[in-house]
Design a protein around this ligand. Sequence first.
Ligand SMILES: Cc1cc2nc3c(=O)[nH]c(=O)nc-3n(C[C@H](O)[C@H](O)[C@H](O)COP(=O)(O)O)c2cc1C
Length: 259
Amino acid sequence: MSAKHGTGYTMGFAAAVCLVCSVFVCLSAVALKDRQEKNKKLDEQKNVLKAAGLLAPNEDADAAKVAELYESVQPKVVDLKTGNVLDDVDAATVNMRAAISDNSKSFEAPANDAKVLRLPNQALVYEVMQDGKPSLLILPVSGKGLWSTLYGFLALDVDTTTVKGVSFYEHGETPGLGGEIENPKWTALWKNRTVYDENFAPAFKVVKGQAGSPEDAPHQVDGLSGATLTGKGVTALVNFWVGENGFGPFLAKFREGGI
Ligand SMILES: Cc1cc2nc3c(=O)[nH]c(=O)nc-3n(C[C@H](O)[C@H](O)[C@H](O)COP(=O)(O)O)c2cc1C
């Protein structure tokens, strides 16, 4: 069988197909960027609402419903080192996850058990407002589990220590083992536990086995069977983010009524 076209033709044809495809991919990436950004924002808002208990864990609300519920949420920008609220900075301009890849917007974290390597200069805190006053504080939290970085939101009462809700929305732990951090039956056990001891030192712990009631074990939550290492990561990340290198300075100022 004789070849119909020479090598040059075949190479040129392949190059033309590649060029057309790459132009198509670039154009769709640009065209979809806005929609992707909107979906990311919507997802973040849903997760904040889930931690706040304003949206059920498995509820998949549409954009209109999320926007309605989110009206009571006020994002605040916090200078992580001082704990001061930066009223002149628009929360929409703050992206904590992007900031840690930019040396001008982040700094090296002191060694810590949560294995947080860098911290953003500016962090977000979400206040749920009721009758013109904050009724809940929602903190973004993250840290290493066994296989992956765990990302979640922790909702605290205005006493800054009592947990009102938690939601882990992104991780790469094993489904059925560490992945159970997403299970609403487990996260429900966190309610009314306290993250600080009586001196406001971080005291939260995911124990191995059962913790008992919030009255008997105020700072403890049941372990996840077969996932002790993920549980240790959760312990470390909660204590890190409510501690002096996380939101501790902000929470102290909030408690003292300075914010
Ligand atoms: C394939 C595989 C996946 C695992 N995934 C996890 C996990 O996601 N989180 C975790 O803590 N342990 C995981 N483990 C188990 C850990 O290696 C370790 O045995 C476990 O954390 C100890 O928990 P236990 O004391 O509750 O049994 C996994 C083990 C295997 C073999």
